[in-house]
Design a protein around this ligand. Structure first.
Ligand code: ADP
Ligand code: ADP
Length: 230
C-alpha cells in the first residue's frame, strides 16, 4: 500500500478549477516526480499536501489514516515537510539554529553543545561536512541552504518531504548535491514528492512520475519504463 494517498482532490478558485479530482499515490522510499506545464495544478496539489490550502473535496491519508491538514504546522505534525522555493530558513540565524528551529518552537530546551554535535552529524549526512554549525545561514550558497532545509526536515522525522522545483535556481554542481541528498532521504523510507519541469532530472533521479494537465492527472508511470528518443 502507498505511504501517502491523495484521493479525489479538488480545488476551485472562483471560476477556475485548479485541480479536478486528482489522485496521487506515493510509496515509502520513492522519489516521485510531479510534472506538468505552468497552470497544470502542481502548486495547488503541493499547497493541499503541505496544509497551506484546504481541498474542496477529497482526502489525504498517510499510512492508511486520513489526516486533517489545517495549516503548515498541522502538516508538519502529520510528518509532512515542505522544502519550498522561498525557503523557510532564516538567513540571520546560524546553521545549527536553523536546523532546530521547529524543535525549539515545539518546546525543546536549547542545549548548544548537544545541538552543535547533532548539527555536525546532520550536515555530514547531507554532504555539508565543510559547513560549520555556527556559521550564519546567510553565508551559505542557495544550494547549501536547500540542503540545510532538507536536513531540518529529516531532523523533524518527516515521513513525506516535498521539494517544489528545488533546482530551479541552482548550478549543475549544486543540483547534483541536492539529488544525492534526495536519494539519501528516500533511502530512509520517506516518500519524496519532487516537483520539476526538467525531464532530465526526472529521469535521472525519480522512480515514478505523475503528470498533470489542466488540473487533472493524465499519466502515472515508472520512469524506468519511459523511453526517450535521442
Ligand atoms: P508555478 O511556477 O508553480 O507554475 P505560478 O506562476 O503558476 O507558479 O503561480 C505562482 C503563485 O501564484 C502560486 O502560489 C499560485 O497559487 C498563485 N497563482 C497562480 N495563478 C493565480 C491567479 N490566477 N490568481 C492568483 N494567484 C495565482
Ligand atoms: P502549476 O503549479 O502547475 O503552475 P497552479 O496550481 O499554480 O499550477 O495553478 C493551477 C490553476 O489554478 C491555474 O489556472 C492558476 O492560474 C490557478 N490558480 C492557482 N492559484 C490560484 C489562486 N490563488 N487564485 C486564483 N487562481 C489560482
Amino acid at each position: 500500500p502507498p505511504l501517502v494517498s491523495l484521493t479525489g482532490l479538488r480545488k476551485t478558485y472562483g471560476d477556475t478549477v485548479a485541480v479536478h479530482g486528482a489522485d496521487l499515490m506515493l510509496r515509502a522510499g520513492e522519489v516521485h516526480a510531479l510534472c506538468g506545464h505552468n497552470g497544470a495544478g502542481k502548486s495547488t496539489v503541493v499547497k493541499m499536501l503541505s496544509g497551506q490550502e484546504s481541498p474542496d473535496a477529497g482526502t489525504i491519508s498517510i499510512a492508511g489514516e486520513v489526516v486533517a491538514l489545517r495549516n503548515r504546522g498541522s502538516a508538519q505534525l502529520a510528518g509532512i515537510a515542505l522544502v519550498d522555493q522561498e525557503l523557510s530558513v532564516v538567513p540571520a540565524l546560524t546553521v545549527a539554529e536553523n536546523l532546530f528551529l521547529g524543535d525549539r518552537s515545539a518546546g525543546w530546551v536549547h542545549r548548544p553543545r548537544q545541538e552543535r554535535a547533532r548539527a555536525r552529524d546532520m550536515l555530514d549526512e547531507m554532504g555539508l561536512a565543510h559547513v560549520h554549525p555556527d556559521q550564519p545561514l546567510g553565508s551559505l550558497g542557495l544550494g547549501e541552504r536547500q540542503l540545510v532545509e532538507i536536513a531540518r526536515a529529516m531532523g523533524q522525522r518527516a515521513r513525506v518531504v516535498i521539494l517544489d522545483e528545488p533546482t530551479a535556481t541552482l548550478s549543475d554542481v549544486e543540483s547534483e548535491r541536492v539529488y544525492a541528498a534526495v536519494r539519501r532521504v528516500a533511502a530512509t523510507g520517506c516518500s519524496v514528492l519532487f516537483v520539476s519541469h526538467r525531464l532530465g532530472e526526472v529521469l535521472q533521479l525519480c522512480d515514478r512520475v505523475t503528470v498533470m494537465r489542466d488540473g487533472r492527472v493524465v499519466t502515472v508511470a515508472d520512469t524506468a519504463e519511459l523511453t526517450v528518443q535521442s
